[in-house]
Ligand binder design. Structure first.
Ligand code: AMP
Length: 558
């Protein structure tokens, strides 16, 4: 099956996806579409976002849904409000020509009364977050008696966010005759347990794990010292014109700093991080989706809620500690059949970290040279022509009489003039600049001696160091407290989990978010640094929380 026309999907669906530009099914779609159309078994599909999951389950379901019934037939559960809106939007697009089909999204953080009102439209499809679905069940606003299909999307994510009880309630509240499809990027014990208890002899499909390294992404690294980093970033952006990219940073402060630098230098960029309110984050994400801005500077956690598939580049402004995060970040580009480029800025003293990433991920990351002014102007000329050939329509009326007599110029002279005009500012900027002095990766790796959470410059502090319960020696920061945490790698704890846990434990009444410093995950336990003023909140809240069913305990490290 290489084309959608070979799938037996109805003409209404084929027309809708044709308009979206889908021609051939993705790997997961090749496997799920015929299965769902012909089999009554439950299904476990291992696949991550970006593989075409939503169409994989919704196209065959739309093909079979009863348009004459006004009862809920499909319920999709997913972890976040952003994903919920995205899935509902996709399904609405796919069912554009099925006039009687209605899809409603229900999610927390938005008026429940309004959502109850929208349910009066009698949608056949509900896409919801587990918490809000339970609230609506409790208010008797949802009738699940006719549910035929239940989809658990990003099941691992829902479980690690603590939705276990909600999922179990929903699974037991829906008819036993339903067919359940569980989609998950990873298969851990919790996901296995849910599937064992609630799925019947499921058929299994896998299209690669979260660690799968996409072949269509080119990886490059560029060495730049701390003081050169912003200028190096500017050069990488300028030498890749027409890009639509995310720049990943480690901390909120760094994210804001980099975004401010880019905005001050005239780029259509903005920052996305946890210090912004939900409304501010929504605005930034909307601007980025609509391409009002084409560069987004983000922390790993904040970028999670964003689902865009046409990124041309991912830039690692700072390397993550966890190689898995590097793969995850890079995988934001190269989606939906397109090629992508991942570029990492690396400080000379980070050679060990780079080696670890290369070793753990088996990715070939080649060194690139920070572009010179001359390289950049050349690349920009190419970019102008690329954009020129992208224009296939007239945007405004234009009277040829407005064009003066140009017969004194040859075609080449005219093109030269237009290019000079278009690239004048950029060319002048680089004309007055020295190219960056080439940096080499240092064979002496002194990264671990430095305060890795914050880049304070090249000064090295050799004084205030001590070993703390097996942790690495480090410079002491007066504003931060270092905590010992009882969970580690053996509990499948990842850096992103620790960030989530700290954010949840310190999310008090005040809008201010805790600054997070170094995080070190060891085999049996971990260490992390959090802003001092959040110590009380953190200690009292964390002991009431659970991670994958395990109790959490933190105490101040010696
Ligand atoms: P998902 O994994 O559902 O988030 O989908 C990733 C992206 O791929 C979405 O933007 C879809 O619109 C797009 N997509 C899904 N299936 C196809 C297909 N067969 N051909 C082209 N694009 C697709």
């Amino acid at each position: 099956m290489n084309l959608f026309t070979e799938t037996n999907l109805s003409p209404d669906i084929l027309k809708a996806i044709g308009e979206l530009g889908y021609e051939s099914p993705t790997e997961i779609q090749k496997q799920t579409i015929p299965f769902i159309l012909s089999d009554i078994r439950d299904l476990i599909a291992l696949a991550q976002t970006g593989t075409g999951k939503t169409a994989a389950f919704s196209l065959p379901i739309l093909d079979m849904i009863d348009e004459t019934s006004r009862k809920i037939q499909l319920l999709v559960l997913c972890p976040t409000r952003e994903l919920c809106l995205q899935i509902a939007k996709d399904i609405k697009n796919y069912s554009k020509y099925m006039q009687n089909i209605k899809t409603t999204a229900v999610y927390g953080g938005s008026s429940i009364m309004e959502q109850i009102r929208s349910l009066k439209d009698k949608p056949q499809i509900i896409v919801g977050t587990p918490g809000r679905v339970i609230d609506l069940i409790n208010r008797k606003a949802l009738d699940f008696s006719a549910i035929h299909w239940l989809v658990l999307d990003e099941a691992d994510e829902m479980l690690s966010m603590g939705f276990k009880d909600e999922l179990e309630t929903i699974l037991s509240e829906t008819p036993e005759t339903k067919q359940t499809f569980l989609f998950s990027a990873t298969m851990n014990k919790e996901v296995e347990r849910i599937s064992k208890n609630y799925l019947t002899k499921p058929h299994r499909i896998s299209v690669g794990s979260i660690n799968e390294v996409k072949k269509n992404i080119k990886h490059e690294y560029y060495v730049a010292g701390y003081r050169q980093k912003k200028e190096a970033l500017k050069r990488l952006i300028d030498s890749n014109p027409n890009q639509y990219s995310i720049i990943f940073c480690r901390t909120r402060m760094e994210t804001q700093e980099v975004a401010d630098f880019l905005m001050q230098n005239g780029y259509a960029a903005d920052a996305l991080h946890g210090d912004l309110s939900q409304a501010q984050r929504d605005t930034v994400m909307k601007k980025f989706r609509l391409k009002n801005i084409d560069i987004l500077v983000a922390t790993d956690v904040a970028a999670r809620g964003l689902d865009v598939n046409s990124l041309t580049h991912v830039i690692h402004y700072s390397l993550p500690d966890d190689p898995e995060v590097f793969v995850h970040r890079s995988g934001r580009t190269g989606r939906a059949g397109k090629d992508g480029i991942s570029m990492a800025l690396i400080k000379p003293e980070e050679s060990r970290k780079l080696k670890q990433i290369k070793f753990a991920t088996k990715i070939e990351i080649n060194e690139g040279k920070i572009p010179t002014g001359e390289d950049i102007v050349k690349a920009q000329v190419g970019g102008v022509f690329e954009s020129l050939f992208e224009v296939h329509e007239d945007f405004f009326e234009f009277d040829d009489a407005l064009i003066p007599d140009l017969s004194a110029f040859t075609k080449e002279e005219l093109v030269h003039k237009l290019l000079q005009f278009q690239l004048k500012d950029l060319a002048l900027y680089y004309k007055d600049r020295h190219d960056l002095i080439e940096q080499k990766l240092s064979s002496r790796d002194d990264d671990s001696r430095r305060d890795r959470g914050r880049d304070r410059g090249r000064d090295r502090d050799r004084g205030d160091r001590g070993r703390e319960r097996g942790g690495k020696p480090r410079r002491k920061n007066e504003n931060m407290v270092r905590f010992f945490f009882n969970l580690g790698k053996k509990d499948q704890l990842k850096k992103l989990d620790v960030l989530d846990i700290i954010n949840k434990a310190t999310a008090g009444k005040s809008k201010k978010r805790a600054e997070i410093g170094d995080i070190e995950i060891l085999e049996k336990f971990s260490f992390f640094e959090v802003e001092k003023s959040f110590k009380g909140d953190l200690l009292s809240n964390i002991s009431t929380m659970k991670f994958r069913g395990k109790d959490m305990r933190a105490e101040e490290a010696n």
